[in-house]
Write a protein that binds this ligand. Structure first.
Ligand SMILES: Nc1nc2c(ncn2[C@@H]2O[C@H](COP(=O)(O)OP(=O)(O)OP(=O)(O)O)[C@@H](O)[C@H]2O)c(=O)[nH]1
Ligand SMILES: [Mg+2]
Length: 475
């Protein structure tokens, strides 16, 4: 593993930080954490174990009382010391378990500061874990993702990243880049064997030009495959936006309510009932889905309704998937409208042919509608399992269905993977143009830099500030 080139790294003595690590508000118990060289000393000043005669032991929970330095006890609870480097941050840490009321927590935080600690910045514990080399940057991000995961599947995916799933995939590519780099170095030293048409490399010698070009293609291909996972990875992390669109009275609000299992939106036989967008999150196939009910689309002179249809269009423009709902009993004009409407949408579309419970309902033919068609009744629930499966499949994408443990989940990941892939493609093109190994090494270095930044082997203060500023305090 290369050394990191950031400006904060290494095993330096940092000041000792303190924060509430459990959720704020009232609860049975709250957890306050300390990390830094003075963690044990500060904990010793504010926590007084009942069996004070016994010496403190690493990782052993003790019962006792909390008090400000030199002050009277304000709570009783438990505390544990965890010495570095085998702690989460890699530094000495203490965890204090007090009663979970705001007054007690505030008293404990103040006591810790009086004893010499400093309030932690957002994500500072995780930042220290990174700086101590306990986890890489992709794993740091997954800590935040695990905390904010809204479905069990999203949480499992974040845990997979924390356990190194994506890191392993990136390291495999890193290994291939290093190997190509070694051959390029050799080619710089033995230029004759690098000539076009020189044939396979002699044992121990540098690879020939075409073999190297092949290696660049493999690296670019691996990166392109990762790149394709970004849509499903982002959706699993942030949630997928699904806009429900259709003409007035098609049953959009009834469908929203059925999928949510609550009467969130007003439903009525009067066309034009929904005026504003109505958004709510639900779990579909383990994916957090933000369903957006919209106003029925029709030409109108009513300014309020017009604003509603504008909002519907905006919801469609920013959606990951559009659910176009038609009243399947309304005749061919409804199907023609849907076909025209779908033609103008950018996002993938599923056509929900609703009201299939009505005797005169007709399912449109595949040739009539340029989208997946699903027959449903939002009133009876018919076809809803299939609709959920289609929504989940569309949001997971072809490449997301396989392995949730190695998805690109953030724009930062995607941008750096694209940068690395382009460098590999440039390297291959340079080889094909017969450029010198020195010039090809420039592309390779660029690719290496992008991967280094992704894993946090090469970072600046600004990058860390940007990433950790989105964390909560206490993590
Ligand atoms: N028979 C039957 N009626 C339905 C079905 N879905 C909705 N309806 C009825 O259709 C009418 C309109 O339903 P809504 O859900 O309010 O329709 P909407 O598309 O939200 O309408 P707007 O908000 O006006 O755009 C209501 O009377 C619903 O009970 C269905 O699957 N079968
Ligand atoms: Mg409605």
């Amino acid at each position: 593993m290369p050394t990191r080139t950031g400006d904060e790294g290494g095993h330096v003595q940092r000041d000792t930080i303190v924060a509430l690590s459990s959720a704020p508000g009232k609860g049975a118990i709250a957890i306050v954490r300390l990390s830094g060289a003075r963690a044990a000393e500060i904990a010793g000043k504010i926590f007084h174990p009942n069996n004070a005669a016994a010496p403190p032991e690493n990782r052993k929970l003790r019962v006792g009382k909390f008090a400000a330095p030199g002050g009277r006890a304000f709570d009783e609870g438990m505390a544990v010391l965890m010495t570095g480097p085998d702690s989460f941050t890699g530094e000495d840490m203490a965890e204090l378990y007090c009663h979970g009321g705001p007054a007690v927590v505030q008293a404990l935080l103040s006591a810790a500061c009086d004893a010499g600690a400093r309030p932690a910045a957002p994500g500072e514990f995780t930042r220290r874990a990174f700086l101590e080399g306990k986890i890489d940057l992709v794993q740091c991000e997954s800590v935040a993702d695990l905390i904010s995961a809204e479905t069990a599947r999203a949480a499992r995916a974040a845990l997979g990243h924390l356990e190194g799933g994506l890191t392993k995939a990136l390291e495999a590519i890193w290994g291939k880049i290093i190997e190509v780099g070694a051959h390029l170095e050799a080619a710089i030293d033995f230029p004759d064997e690098f000539e076009p048409g020189a044939g396979p490399a002699p044992p121990g010698g540098p690879m020939g030009q075409s073999e190297l070009a092949g290696r660049f293609s493999v690296i670019a291909g691996d990166l392109a495959a990762l790149e394709k996972t970004y849509r499903s990875g982002r959706i699993l992390r942030e949630g997928g936006r699904v806009a429900i669109l259709g003409r007035p009275n098609a049953g959009k609000s009834t469908l929203l309510n059925y999928l949510l299992g609550t009467k969130r939106a007003i439903m009525s036989p009067i066309p034009g009932t929904t005026r504003d967008t109505v958004e709510e999150v639900c779990d579909i196939g383990g994916i957090p889905v933000r369903l957006i009910d919209t106003a029925g689309l029709r030409d109108t002179g009513d300014p309020v309704e017009l604003e509603g249809t504008d909002r519907a269009r905006r919801a469609a423009a920013s959606a990951d998937l559009c659910l176009v709902v038609i009243d399947a009993a309304a005749g061919p004009e409804e199907v023609e409208w849907a076909a025209r409407e779908i033609g103008g949408l950018d996002a993938p579309v599923i056509l929900a042919a609703n009201k299939m419970d009505l005797p005169r309902a007709n399912l449109p033919g595949e040739n009539e509608i340029p989208a997946r068609i699903c027959a449903i009744s939002a009133l009876t629930g018919e076809g809803m399992d299939r609709l959920r499966d289609l929504i989940a499949a569309s949001l997971s994408g072809e490449d997301g269905g396989g392995d949730d443990q190695r998805l690109l989940t953030r724009e930062r990941h995607r941008d750096l993977v694209v940068r690395c892939r382009k460098a590999a493609e440039n390297g291959r093109a340079a080889l094909e143009r017969g450029l010198s190994p020195e010039l090809i090494a420039v592309d390779l270095n660029e690719g290496q830099r992008a991967l280094s930044e992704l894993l946090g082997r090469d970072y600046g203060q600004d990058l860390l500030d940007k990433i950790f500023s989105t964390f909560c305090i206490g993590k």
